[in-house]
Design a protein around this ligand. Structure first.
Ligand SMILES: [Cu+2]
Length: 154
């Protein structure tokens, strides 16, 4: 079956409804292994990791993330230069090709949670909404692991 393309107006209307179904590519997205590290307080940004897989046959673009736990959530990319110095910059929109998995993981892409609204306490979780081009959204429950956690198993 061919994918159905909604008009921008229709997508916008569905997007503001509380029971909006995932649309325009988002239904082909599978998010796995989401986790965050606990934070001591709220003065430093939090961080979230996960893998985002496009199981469809069209490219899907992640345009934005939202969460109630932070006022300014943003996808960042960490890179290390030839001198071994790491820095991070906003990653902008992330295109995920059909069959491709994009990993948000320590040392690479990550969801930076700036202006935390409350400390991220180990054992709690929060919701993060991934917004895709076309208005589709995927809501992920992100568990908060210990301050020294290195992954969902650790
Ligand atoms: Cu960052």
């Amino acid at each position: 079956m061919k994918p159905v393309f909604l008009s921008a107006v229709t997508a916008l209307m569905l997007n503001v409804s509380l029971s909006a179904p995932a649309l325009a590519g988002a239904e082909d997205i599978i998010v796995d292994g989401a986790w965050s590290r606990a934070s001591i307080g709220t003065s430093r940004p939090g961080v979230a990791y996960m893998t985002i897989r496009n199981t469809g046959d069209e490219p899907v673009t992640l345009t934005e993330i939202r969460t109630e736990i932070a006022m300014m959530p943003e996808i960042h990319r960490t890179s290390t230069n030839e001198q071994g110095v790491s820095s991070m910059t906003p990653a902008g929109e992330i295109k995920i090709e059909p069959g491709e998995t994009v990993a948000l993981e320590p040392g690479g892409l990550h969801a930076m949670l700036m202006r935390l609204q409350r400390p991220m306490a180990e054992g709690e979780s929060y919701k993060m909404t991934l917004v895709f081009s076309g208005g589709g959204e995927v809501v992920v429950e992100v568990p908060i692991l210990g301050v020294a956690a290195r992954g969902p198993e650790g």
